[in-house]
Unconditional design. Structure first.
Length: 254
């Protein structure tokens, strides 16, 4: 039986867009791409053979495209996703999917109305180490889960306060909506739905209008707790995730 190969278009041909394009085979084929920077689109097209379109609206309206990947800054994620869904396309949109709750609720509503699937790119769930952790937990290897601790950090770099992530109009917020989104997603994946949220958004180092450190404490309906920190004041990139069970502990780092 021949396996279906989806025809894909990518909006946003930067680092993440290129990574998504590289990962498409064997289930997808990139046939169209676009970027506000023509050089980025040309770079991706040269490697993949995808046709370049000057406008993302033109790309998402192409009849032949079945799946759209949205890999842009946070400020345009929701809009592009909604228009793609209205054109009957399934969408993989980069995290956090939108700048705020109102935007993401609108995305969900339009997806349901048009009967298409929207997936937010929480790729950490598919890392081998985290899949192994999921397997160990599901098998009862470390017993009932009690709590977890997670840290995610960007290494500091000169000029960080001038990047798009530091502009709330483009990013929607600081480290909590950026790296923190991955930690929140993993906490829900391992512990279950959250019903109590506490935290602090702090700016300790960078002169910018969004937080450079976010501290969160999440509690589930079953009283399992996640202690999380997202930061862009680390000396180098950091990922640390500790899962505590009654019979053992899983420690992931990188």
């Amino acid at each position: 039986m021949t396996k279906k190969v989806f025809k894909v278009g990518i909006v946003g041909c930067g680092l993440i867009g290129k990574k998504r394009a590289k990962a498409l085979a064997p289930n997808g084929k990139l046939i169209a791409c676009t970027d506000i920077n023509p050089l980025q689109a040309q770079s991706l097209s040269k490697v993949t053979g995808a046709r370049i379109y000057p406008s993302w609206r033109e790309l998402v309206s192409l009849k032949e495209i079945e799946v759209v990947i949205v890999a842009t800054n946070h400020d345009s994620l929701a809009l592009i996703t909604k228009v793609a869904a209205e054109n009957g396309k399934h969408v993989l949109v980069e995290k956090p999917g939108a700048k705020n709750i109102s935007e993401i609720d609108s995305v969900i509503s339009i997806a349901k109305k048009n009967k298409v699937k929207i997936h937010v790119g929480f790729n950490h769930r598919f890392h081998n180490s985290l899949l192994k952790a999921r397997e160990l937990i599901d098998s009862g290897e470390i017993g009932d889960l009690m709590f977890l601790r997670g840290r995610y950090g960007h290494g500091g770099r000169v000029g960080y306060e001038r990047e798009w992530r530091a502009d709330p109009k483009l990013s929607g917020g600081g480290e909590i909506i950026d790296q923190g989104a991955h930690l929140i997603d993993l906490s829900r994946w391992f512990l279950g739905d959250i019903n109590n949220i506490q935290g602090f958004a702090c700016n300790y180092f960078w002169n910018m209008p969004v937080e450079d450190n976010g501290f969160m404490m999440l509690r589930t309906l079953k009283n399992k707790v996640a202690f999380l920190q997202a930061s862009c004041t680390e000396w180098k990139n950091l990922f640390s995730f500790e899962i505590y069970g009654k019979l053992g502990k899983i420690d992931l780092s990188g």
